[in-house]
Design a protein around this ligand. Structure first.
Ligand code: FE2
Ligand code: FE2
Length: 273
């Protein structure tokens, strides 16, 4: 049983005058990534094949992620009746796929896998919290608040799982930190850039650098410092480090400075392109 459904969304309050075209583009991209959770469900079912309890939670998680995709796509369709979700989804699937035929986690351990999932949920909960605040369109704000709350619960699910597996596997803090860092760096891999491309511009050839830039310039723009502070605290907690001490202050400051610098560079690159 899902906590909310598309029927709970106050669609009749939709205000087309408040749709921001840059936000509409990143919402279309987000709908692609969310609906793609099917592949991650298949992958996780193989990694945790022996864990019946977690498999049940993973199936439920997958349904919630798919609902996120459907809600965002329905909003995007309302904002842009020409948006062809099915065609965009097919273009995304044709150009981006993860390997689901695995025997074990690509993170080296099940604990590592769950830590990596915590990083993804940190990213999504920060993204939808930021989007709920940045958007002015009331229906999108409603949807983003519902999704952000789900993403926070997903983080908790994987965090609790990581703690349990940690007891059995005894993965070092350094190894967990490396997994987290690797997953953060991967956020500029093809998945988001290709989702953005497939949802917005499939008539021209894909170029990773260009579409990473187009996506990132719009996505980074929605964040404020508190979203970064909270995200860094969640990352530190996921790897078993103090989420409130000096390390948190240092990393939050560094992450915020990095994002600001990245925004300036992206702005210059877009102006030159
Ligand atoms: Fe989601
Ligand atoms: Fe999630």
């Amino acid at each position: 049983m899902l906590r909310w459904s598309l029927a709970d969304v106050p669609w009749d309050t939709f205000d087309p005058a408040k749709v921001d075209p840059d936000i509409l583009r990143i919402v279309k991209a987000a709908s692609m990534v969310e609906i793609n959770a099917d592949d991650y469900v298949r992958y996780l079912e193989r990694v945790f094949a022996q864990d019946a309890e977690l498999l049940g939670a993973i199936a439920h998680w997958g349904e919630e992620e798919a609902q996120h995709g459907n809600a965002l796509a329905a909003w995007a369709k309302l904002a842009d009746p020409d948006f062809d979700f099915a065609a965009a989804r097919a273009a995304f699937a044709a150009g981006f796929q993860i390997d689901t035929e695995v025997d074990r986690s690509i993170r080296g351990s099940r604990t590592g896998e769950l830590v990596a999932r915590c990083i993804v949920e940190t990213g999504t909960s920060s993204f939808y919290s930021a989007l709920a605040e940045a958007a002015e369109e009331p229906v999108l704000r409603f949807i983003c608040r519902k999704i952000a709350a789900d993403e926070l619960r997903h983080y908790k699910l994987f965090y609790d799982g990581a703690k349990q597996y940690q007891k059995a596997e005894g993965i070092s803090a350094w190894a967990r930190f490396k997994v987290a860092l690797a997953r953060i760096v991967e956020s500029e891999d093809d998945e988001l850039a290709y989702a953005y491309y497939a949802a917005n511009a499939v008539t021209v050839p894909y170029e990773r650098k260009r579409w990473t830039r187009e996506y990132a310039a719009r996505a980074y723009a929605i964040y404020k410092r508190p979203h970064i502070d909270r995200g860094i605290a969640m990352v530190l907690k996921a790897v078993g480090l103090n989420p409130t001490g000096w390390l948190h202050r240092a990393l939050s400051g560094a992450a915020w400075a990095f994002m600001q610098r990245r925004m300036r560079v992206l702005g210059r690159e877009r102006a030159a392109a």
